[in-house]
Design a binder for this molecule. Structure first.
Ligand code: ATP
Ligand code: MG
Length: 141
């Protein structure tokens, strides 16, 4: 069944630094997502820790949150039927070594950590992540 959903997408510091922002936005639009919110941010380490709180305690947490605070990121709210699953499909596997042809991570990720993009993984995390970066009035109708 198709349901109109919203998900949070982030173009991570590695991809912004590689000037991949335009290409990634183009891939998003070609797949039919509607970008209903977007902002360029340079978050602090505590803000990255709050966003990735589900990963607190994991071996890669300190490095991941340093990386996410290392440079500007583009956060976007995307809307589409089945947006959560479809955006993760377009991103590709977390580890670019396993990412399929045609995915963003296959094209732009350089390691399992510096993997170009983020996407919410479920309805509840999408709600939390969208509200972490956007107030309701900042999203297009
Ligand atoms: P994201 O949550 O960023 O969309 P994901 O859901 O594919 O990616 P998660 O398992 O949620 O992957 O991990 C969050 C992020 O932490 C990854 O995108 C990656 O940047 C980093 N990461 C995950 N596993 C590792 C690892 N083994 N070593 C280093 N960094 C990792
Ligand atoms: Mg994840």
């Amino acid at each position: 069944m198709k349901t109109l959903e919203r998900t949070l997408a982030i173009i991570k510091p590695d991809a912004v630094a590689r000037q991949a922002t335009g290409d990634i936005i183009s891939m998003i639009e070609k797949k039919g997502f509607r970008i209903i919110g977007a902002k360029m941010l340079h978050i602090t380490k505590p803000q990255a820790e709050g966003f990735y709180a589900v990963h607190a305690g994991k071996a890669f947490f300190d490095s991941l949150t340093d990386f996410m605070a290392s440079g500007p990121i583009l956060v976007m709210a995307l809307e589409k039927d089945n947006a959560i699953k479809e955006w993760r499909e377009l991103m590709g596997a977390t580890n670019p070594a396993n990412a399929a042809e045609g995915t963003i991570r296959k094209k732009w990720a350089s390691s399992i950590e510096k993997n170009a993009v983020h996407g919410s993984d479920a309805e509840d995390t999408a709600r939390f992540e969208l509200s972490y970066y956007f107030a309701g009035y900042e999203l297009a109708k």
